[in-house]
Ligand binder design. Structure first.
Ligand code: 3PG
Ligand code: MG
Length: 397
C-alpha cells in the first residue's frame, strides 16, 4: 500500500504552469430544491484547484452527476454546482453547456489564464460510461494534460476516468493522494483490533465488502437495513423490515465463514420500530426477536447502541460505512448519531466512508473527532477490500 502512494504520478510533478489542465472531479453531490445539499466533495477538490490557479494554469473540470444514462436530464445539469463552486473558490467559474464539441473548445481557448471552466455532466453522453475511445479523445482534445482528483469515481472505468489517459499525460490530484494516504492505515498492517461497522439500506450493496472484510477485520457490527436480512437468515421474523429474500442463502454462508475465520459479527439485539417510515409515525423499542408483524425496524435500539459502543471502545482501527437507521428522519437518527459520537470518542484510527455516512456524521456534529472522512463510498470500500481500482491503476508509474 505504501507502494501505491509512492507509485502515484502526482500533480506536483506535472508541468502545469500556464497549461490548460483537464481535471476530473467528483461533484456527484446531493441536490435539494435546485441547490447543493452537501458540499463535502466540492470542498475536497479545492486544494487541487487552488494549486493549479497558483501555477497560472487554466483548469477545465469534468464530472458526472447522478445516472442520466446517456440523455440530457435537465435536473442533472451542473449549473447549481458551478454556482456553489464559484462561491467556495472565490473565483469566477464558467459553466459550459456540453463537455465536448467545437463550441466548448473555442470557449476554453478564448478563456484567459486563470479562468476556471466546469463542463456539463459527462454522463449526458452514453459514450462516457461505455468508455468509448473516440469520446475519450474528444475530451482529451480540450486540454494539455489530465489530473484525476475524483477519488469517489476511481472504481469506474469510464471515458473521463480511464479512457482519457490513453491520450494525455495523467496525474493524481491532491485529494486522491490524501485519500490513499489516509486509507493506507487500514490496508497496511492496521492496528488491531480492527472493527468494521456496516449499515445502509441495502444488504446487496454491502455483501461483497462484508465477504472481503472477513479476511481483514476482527469484528463486524451490522446495523441499518442490512441487519434485517442477516436477522432473517437466522430465522428471526422481522415484520415489515427491509429484507432481501434472494440473499438469505449467501448470508447464511457468510455467517458460517465468519465463525470459521474467528471474525465476530454483532447484529442488533433491539430496534426502534414503527408501522411506517414517517416522522409522525408511532414508535417503540423492542427486541429484534419480537418485532410486531406489520411494523418495521428503522433504527438500532439502546441495548444495541451500548453493545456497539463497547466494541468501538476496545478497537484500534475502525471503518464505518452506512448509517445505522433511517437517519434523515428524526425519530430514527439516534443510533447513527450515537455511533458517530462513540467513534469521535474512540482511542482508534477512525475512518468514515461513503457520501451518505459522511453527511450523517457531519450533521451529527461529530465530524471533528473522526480521523478521516472519505469522499468515496463504493470507491473507498473497493480499495479497503483490496480490489484494484481501474482509474487508479492508470495513475501509477
Ligand atoms: C458515488 O457517488 O459513489 C460516485 O460518484 C460514483 O457514482 P456511481 O455509483 O453513479 O458511478
Ligand atoms: Mg455510488
Amino acid at each position: 500500500m505504501l507502494d501505491l502512494i509512492d507509485r502515484l504520478r502526482r500533480v506536483q510533478d506535472a508541468p502545469v504552469d500556464g497549461k490548460t489542465v483537464l481535471v476530473r472531479v467528483d461533484y456527484n453531490v446531493p441536490l435539494a430544491d435546485g441547490e447543493v445539499a452537501d458540499d463535502a466533495r466540492i470542498k475536497a477538490s479545492l486544494p487541487t484547484l487552488n494549486y493549479l490557479l497558483e501555477h497560472a494554469a487554466k483548469p477545465v473540470l469534468l464530472t458526472h452527476l447522478g445516472r442520466p444514462e446517456g440523455k440530457v436530464v435537465p435536473a442533472l445539469r451542473l449549473d447549481p454546482v458551478a454556482a456553489h463552486l464559484q462561491t467556495l473558490l472565490g473565483h469566477p467559474v464558467h459553466k459550459l453547456d456540453d463537455c465536448v464539441g467545437e463550441e466548448v473548445k473555442e470557449a476554453i481557448e478564448q478563456g484567459e489564464e486563470g479562468s476556471v471552466f466546469l463542463l456539463e455532466n459527462v454522463r449526458f453522453h452514453s459514450e462516457e460510461v461505455a468508455d468509448e475511445a473516440l469520446f475519450a479523445r474528444r475530451l482529451a482534445e480540450l486540454g494539455n494534460l489530465y489530473i484525476n482528483d475524483a477519488f469517489a469515481t476511481l472504481h469506474r472505468a469510464h471515458a473521463s476516468t480511464l479512457g482519457i489517459c490513453d491520450y494525455l499525460p495523467s496525474y493524481a490530484g491532491l485529494l486522491v493522494q490524501r485519500e490513499i494516504e489516509a486509507l493506507s492505515h487500514l490496508i497496511d498492517n492496521p492496528t488491531r483490533p480492527y472493527l468494521a461497522i456496516i449499515g445502509g439500506k441495502k444488504a446487496r450493496s454491502k455483501l461483497g465488502a462484508l465477504r472481503d472484510f472477513l479476511d481483514q477485520v476482527n469484528a463486524i457490527l451490522i446495523g441499518g437495513g442490512v441487519a434485517f436480512t442477516f436477522l432473517r437468515a437466522q430465522g428471526i421474523q422481522v415484520g415489515n423490515s427491509l429484507v432481501d429474500e434472494s440473499l438469505l442463502g449467501e448470508i447464511t454462508k457468510l455467517i458460517k465463514a465468519a465463525a470459521e475465520k474467528g471474525v465476530t459479527i454483532h447484529l442488533p439485539r433491539d430496534v426502534v420500530v414503527a408501522p411506517e417510515l414517517s416522522a409522525e409515525a408511532q414508535t417503540k423499542v423492542c427486541p429484534t426477536t419480537d418485532i410486531p408483524s406489520g411494523w418495521m425496524g428503522l433504527d438500532i435500539g439502546p441495548e444495541t447502541i451500548g453493545e456497539f459502543r463497547d466494541q468501538i471502545s476496545v478497537a484500534k482501527t475502525i471503518v464505518w460505512a452506512g448509517p445505522m437507521g433511517a437517519f434523515e428522519i428524526e425519530p430514527f437518527s439516534h443510533g447513527t448519531v450515537e455511533i458517530a459520537a462513540a467513534l469521535a470518542g474512540a482511542d482508534a484510527f477512525t475512518v468514515v466512508g461513503g457520501g451518505e455516512t459522511g453527511e450523517a456524521v457531519t450533521k451529527s456534529g461529530y465530524a471533528e473527532g473522526i480521523s478521516y472522512i472519505s469522499t468515496g463510498g463504493g470507491a473507498c470500500l473497493a480499495l479497503l477490500r483490496g480490489k484494484s481500482l481501474p482509474a487508479l491503476q492508470v495513475l501509477l508509474a
